[in-house]
Design a protein around this ligand. Sequence first.
Ligand code: NAP
Length: 298
Amino acid sequence: MQTVGWIGLGAMGTPMAANLLRAGYRVHVYNRSMEKAAPLIEAGATAAQSPREAAERSDVVVTMVADAAAVERLLVLPDGILSAELNGKTVVNMSTIGPAETRGFAAMVRERGGDFLDAPVSGSVKPAQEGQLIILAGGEADVVERCRPIFDVLGKTTIHFGGAGDGSAAKLVINSLLAMVMQGISEALVMASGLGLDQGKVAALISESAVNAPLFQAKKGMLLQEEFPPAFALKLMTKDLKLAADEAVRRNLPLPVVSTVLNTYLAANANGKGELDLASVYLQLKEMAGMGPAAKED
Ligand code: NAP
């Protein structure tokens, strides 16, 4: 069994690392704020004092952090991953970042003698807890195969899309669709409100219809109660939409709905909803329709 270095103990990283421990892996954990490591250490993980130590003690070192700036920092810090001897080791980035940045990081790791995979995930906190994520892999096929036992613990399916950066590209595709569907559901509910319909009955209609979706079922409670504790923070989805829009411009791809949805998420961030769940885009649309808190005060 390979030894794993796990870097990044946020909403996703913590349950994923916990699943590896439960499956019997030796896991060395590192997080910028080390206090978050306490529950995993109690569950049998070892604390690494730096990203370098996590890499040195492991066969496979995983980064699961917010964005490309965080991944880069963990690689290039004086005691970062790249300061370790990486021959025979694999660095796997599971954070959502752009394909171009991914290819840059892959080159940096290979220069130090290591193998690199991008393996971002589709699925939120609950699938992470249940080991039911979808792993979107990019990199050499033999390296993917070597890491497959780890991916099998974390997810229900691993899809190998191609070379370095292709897993990250696939992640932008699925998250753009997720953001569009989330806005579509939200607009339907705003429309229902504007037409004077009962939200509970409209939710029952959607649930029975051809456009019912696991996403709707997962977010229905939040939408009806208008409470949005973050499973997937709106600011992270906004980051992903920006990456998707950048990539579309780079490739000369017109994506009209992605552009529109990005603008709604940008507005929601600007209005202080970044730390809420992405489903709070519904509140943004309500406010745009004059149904938000400002309207109530009038
Ligand atoms: P999160 O709860 O906000 O955790 C972010 C993690 O990144 C924390 O460990 C944080 O460290 C670390 N971090 C942030 N900036 C850093 C920096 N400059 N240097 C070092 N570490 C830094 O995020 P998450 O929800 O776990 O998401 C992690 C990744 O998975 C993101 O790329 C996200 O887009 C992707 N993702 C999320 C979901 C979801 O539903 N949440 C689903 C699929 C994919 P501290 O603890 O020190 O702040």
